[in-house]
Design a protein around this ligand. Structure first.
Ligand SMILES: [Zn+2]
Length: 317
């Protein structure tokens, strides 16, 4: 008897999950359409994307609203719709954005202009907060993001680089796939002190074992009142950062947590190894290194295809 009840219960749970999945998909798509019909384009563009900033873990933990939000958004983590009609702040149009949620992250989905939600959100933040005549260094050059920032800041004002291997010289140009690109190692940048207004770093800091050294190098080349804007896979529920792999002084890499976590890399088909899952300890490290006004900015905007709890981090010199 117990067994039968258990079977019925399991079946009921399964049906309910399927049902909720359909509802959740319809809900999101319809909600988006309803909102679009209700508001004009100006409203959509100006609609608040940035809803919360926090300076440390305790600050974050003490906010009940964000906890409620995380709980609610959790539902859609599994049942995100297959596509969304959303507004792209890079090309300034509505487009049908396909979810690529198979990767399992909100941040890498709803693509437009070759950029996923994480990169489009970063772009929106940057163009809303920084003037075109800023002197900018960005830690990438072969990407659609680089092109977008080059268009915005102007090619005279922006400089980009890639890490091309530890045998290369920082600041020198090398041919890569017929492109002449600059090599930089972020732990020993070739730029002068106090030479940049803005530094943009997207999904780089999880790949630098000695990330504190890289943070102080960036601080060195920033002008006073200059700003670092970065994104990392940010583990907001954790105070501590988790070391996934370790780099010895000899350069040898020792994997601590198996299997190795490898992310896509535009200059290396074999990918880039992640050394860290950064928690709020990363924010404390930025403060220790000497950044002021360090903040984690969380955002979400259904109109623009930024689902879930997305984040970027800023610090001033
Ligand atoms: Zn676009």
């Amino acid at each position: 008897m117990k067994k039968i009840i258990k079977m019925i219960r399991n079946k009921w749970h399964k049906d309910l999950l399927e049902y909720q999945k359909e509802i959740a998909q319809d809900l999101l798509i319809n909600q988006a359409w309803l909102l679009f019909q209700k508001h004009d384009i100006d409203y959509v563009i100006k609609n608040k994307t940035w809803f919360a900033e926090y300076t440390d873990y305790v600050d974050f933990q003490s906010d009940r609203n964000v906890k409620d939000f995380v709980k609610r958004s959790y539902l859609f983590e599994y049942w995100t719709p297959p596509y969304i009609k959303a507004y792209c702040s890079v090309c300034n149009t509505f487009s049908n954005m396909k979810s690529d949620y198979s990767k399992g992250f909100y941040t890498e989905t709803y693509n437009c202009c070759g950029m996923g939600a994480r990169m489009r959100g970063m772009y929106e933040y940057i163009v809303n907060n920084f003037e075109k005549n800023n002197r900018v260094y960005i830690q990438e050059v072969l990407t659609p993001s680089y092109k977008a920032y080059e268009n915005y800041f102007g090619d005279d004002n922006i400089i980009g680089s890639e890490f091309l291997g530890s045998d290369k010289n920082c600041g020198e140009y090398y041919y890569f796939n017929k492109h002449k690109i600059m090599h930089q190692d972020c732990t020993k940048l070739s730029f002068r002190d106090n030479s940049m207004d803005l530094i943009i770093s997207q999904a780089v800091f999880e790949h630098i074992f000695n990330y504190k050294q890289a943070l102080s190098e960036i601080l060195r080349i920033l002008k006073n009142d200059g700003c670092l804007v970065l994104s990392i896979p940010f583990f907001y529920d954790s105070q501590n950062s988790v070391m996934l792999a370790k780099q010895e002084k000899s350069g040898e890499v020792i994997q601590i947590i198996e299997p190795p976590e490898i992310h896509g890399n535009p200059v290396d088909g074999s990918g880039a190894l992640a050394y860290w899952h950064h928690g709020w300890e990363f924010i404390e490290a930025m403060k220790d290194v000497g950044y002021r006004d360090v903040k984690v900015h969380f955002y979400n905007n259904l109109y623009k295809g930024y689902l879930g709890l997305q984040s970027l981090i800023t610090g001033m010199k």
